[in-house]
Ligand binder design. Structure first.
Ligand code: SF4
Length: 350
């Protein structure tokens, strides 16, 4: 038995939880229900639900024969109702395909709805003492910290490394106690925040603790980097009046007032305003975040003559004076740009 397992079992004998309802009258059915209930829910919340469930569905065939609505009623308040539906379906499968006896082959157990590799391992280890590694959220945290495994466990390579460690530590004897022990350690000592390292049986060789970097493990899910787009907005100014246009109804900032987005400021002046551009000045780029992308806006101020402009005030275009009330709803970064013009007065002179 590995030193890790020996220390963990010694700790379990002294401090592990041994009086939980599913630790009595152990059989695969009772362990299975507890494992599923505990997947997203804390022990203290699960206990009353588990006891009510066991009173109503004392064995697998009673569960299989029950009405799904009755099963869901017993789940009401626990959340993640797919778990209850999967339990019910799996119970019917075991009743119909395995003569009502919970299967003892790992492959048969993982074939049941709602039972993955770790849950199957836990059921078979706890109920029958079969040697299987487990890797639920608590165990991932313990192992990632103990061996300082870098990276997010959702990544295949990281998960593979953690499964290898889980397998390496799992002993050939007392596997039921070991399985319970490592889950308990994660739930009660090596907790997500403020782990009680002083009380931890594997603290002496915990790499994350030695590096004083426990918070870095397990690695977090990487944030998706958003694509970056770029645009130029023209701030055509005549004295204190700025040209604004209403955006088309479809697309970003649909129907809002905005500075025109242009490819080339000089061309825009000639084509849209019918005049040569005056002095221009590029302002600082403004980054605006949308949910799916970031937009870098390059504002360019250009001096123009509104009186000679081809475009007159209309429902979709206006010469807006900074002191006036806005013509209507304005795109947020446009509002920000106009506000900065007002305060910084960085409009170039002729
Ligand atoms: Fe977790 Fe601390 Fe134990 Fe390391 S020493 S496994 S961080 S409780």
């Amino acid at each position: 038995m590995s030193d890790f397992a020996t220390r963990l079992l010694r700790w379990f004998d002294a401090h592990g939880r041994k009086d939980l309802p599913w630790q009595r009258d152990i059989n695969p059915y009772r362990v299975w229900i507890s494992e599923i209930m505990l997947q997203q829910t804390q022990v203290q919340t699960v206990i009353p639900y588990y006891e009510r469930f066991m009173q109503s569905f004392p064995d697998l065939c009673v569960l299989a024969d029950a009405d799904i609505d009755t099963v869901l009623q017993h789940w009401s308040g626990l959340g993640y109702y797919a778990r209850a539906r999967n339990l019910h379906q799996a119970a019917q499968h075991v009743r119909d395909e395995h003569g009502g006896e919970f299967p003892s082959l790992f492959e048969d157990v993982t074939a049941l709805p709602g039972i993955g590799r770790s849950t199957a391992g836990a059921i078979l280890a706890i109920a029958w003492g079969q040697r299987h590694a487990i890797l639920d959220g608590n165990v991932k945290r313990v192992l990632a910290r103990h061996a300082a495994v870098d990276g997010w466990p959702g990544k295949t390579a990281v998960a593979k490394q953690l499964w290898e460690l889980a397998d390496l530590h799992t002993p050939g004897t007392r596997v039921a106690d070991y399985t319970q022990a490592i889950m308990d350690l994660g739930a009660t000592v090596c907790t997500r925040s403020n782990p009680a390292c002083d009380a931890c049986p594997v603290a002496a060789d915990c790499a994350a603790r030695a590096a004083d970097d426990i918070a870095a493990f397990p690695g977090r899910k990487p944030k998706k980097t958003k694509p970056l787009r770029a645009t130029t907005m023209v701030i055509a100014v005549d004295d204190a009046a700025i040209f604004l246009e209403r955006r088309p109804a479809a697309g970003i900032w649909g129907g809002l007032w905005s500075l025109p987005e242009v490819d080339n400021v000089d061309d825009w002046c000639r084509e849209t305003l019918g005049q040569e551009p005056g002095r221009t000045a590029a302002l600082e780029v403004l980054r605006h975040s949308f949910s799916h992308f970031d937009l870098d806006i390059q504002p360019v101020v250009v001096r123009v003559n509104a009186a000679q402009s081809k475009v007159a005030d209309s429902a979709d275009a206006t010469w807006y004076r900074l002191d006036d009330a806005p013509p209507g709803g304005m795109a947020a970064p446009v509002q920000q740009l106009l506000h900065s013009l007002q305060t910084e007065q960085d409009v170039p002179n002729h």
